[in-house]
Design a protein around this ligand. Structure first.
Ligand code: NDP
Length: 328
């Protein structure tokens, strides 16, 4: 029998966790032939709720699910982890400054980075979903010096998927007709969804749209502010779509991206496209042999340059703040 893959999920009792765990256990994360063991991490007050979710997972009788363990201690939760989905985070409260938010999240992601360093499996892959995801990933990574830096990533796949659908609707085409769309920068309102390198049935997407005003005043803000629009409509933040994007990200990381296309993920910069080395920023990426690679050689015009620089500047500021706080 195949050895099960250990998947650690933090914030497991939250609403994204609830949408995520059943899909992992059903085989959608790693494939229909790969057995999994779930390791759920929660804060002590939420352990009981996580136990309730685990009861429901039991009740699904998933053939691939070989065990569920629940922890309130990061060291134990990441012991032997092959995949870490870092969902639990401290949300921004009313009147909270960015420094306070980063400080609070430092208290979560520093010990988790240390725990990953201490006990995770050699092939550990980490996806940070909890916001501010890029900088939380940077904090965790900096406390895991023995783990290759490239194993720490943050999620911009939901932004990518949102952009795909907005473009498909605008041009009245199928998602399958669109390739090479990119989200650049931070998973925040400054993110830049780029249509200038995207293709629609082989033709340039920006040209096919042919409407710079729509691109600037409609498309980009709709994608960047979609989270707020969901809260407004649903009365709760997006959860199933965030979980879906996390599945897509890890699935492609492990299994590869399709030939002739790319996707978006926030990964440590190697200096490509003028993004300072080490920042965890979103790029056009392909996955080959289990590794993300930044798509090289794209020409960046002045409009795109300005947008990318603005988002990267925000990442630099967040990094400087966590440096001052002693978190990286
Ligand atoms: P959710 O499950 O809805 O969200 C979890 C995190 O995902 C938040 O930081 C949220 O950021 C982020 N996120 C990223 N992208 C999206 C998106 N597109 N839509 C919505 N959220 C997104 O939060 P809940 O409050 O339901 O659950 C969080 C759980 O985490 C709680 O059970 C809590 O106990 C737990 N927790 C666990 C910790 C641990 O394991 N050590 C530490 C802290 C909390 P944002 O809010 O900015 O949208």
């Amino acid at each position: 029998a195949q050895v099960p893959v250990n998947v650690t999920v933090t914030g497991a009792a939250g609403q994204i966790g609830y949408a995520l765990l059943f899909r992992i256990a059903s085989g959608q994360l790693l494939g229909a032939d790969t057995p999994v063991k779930l390791r759920l991490l929660e804060i002590p007050q939420a352990v009981k709720a996580a136990e309730g979710t685990a009861m429901e997972l039991d009740d699904c009788a998933f053939p691939l699910l070989q065990g569920i363990d629940i922890f309130d201690d990061a060291r134990q939760a990441f012991e032997g982890a092959n995949v870490g989905l870092l969902v639990g985070a401290r949300p921004r409260g009313k009147g909270m400054e960015r420094g306070d938010l980063l400080q609070a999240n430092g208290g979560i992601f520093k010990p988790q980075g240390e725990a990953i360093n201490a006990g995770a499996a050699d092939d550990i892959r980490v996806l940070v979903v909890g916001n501010p995801a890029n900088t939380n990933a940077l904090i965790a990574q900096s406390h895991a010096p023995d783990v290759p830096a490239e194993r720490f990533t943050a999620m911009t796949r939901l932004d990518h998927n949102r952009a795909l659908t907005q473009l498909a609707k605008k041009l009245d085409v199928s998602i399958n007709d669109i390739k090479k769309l990119t989200i650049w920068g931070n998973h925040s309102a400054t993110q830049y969804p780029d249509l200038f390198h995207a293709e629609v049935n082989g033709a340039n997407a920006a040209k096919a749209v042919g409407d710079q005003a729509w691109l600037e005043n409609d498309f980009i803000p709709t994608v960047a502010k979609r989270g707020a629009a969901i809260i407004e409509a649903r009365g709760a933040s997006s959860a199933a779509s965030a979980a879906n994007a996390a599945i897509d990200h890890v699935h492609d990381w492990v299994n590869g991206t399709p030939e002739g296309d790319w996707t978006s993920a926030a990964i440590p910069s190697d200096g490509s496209y003028g993004v300072p080395e080490g920042l965890i920023s979103s790029f056009p990426v392909v996955s080959k042999n289990g590794k993300w690679e930044i798509v090289q050689g794209l020409e960046i015009d002045d409009f795109s340059r300005g947008r990318i620089d603005a988002s990267v500047k925000e990442l630099v500021e967040e990094r400087d703040t966590v440096k001052e706080l002693g978190l990286v």
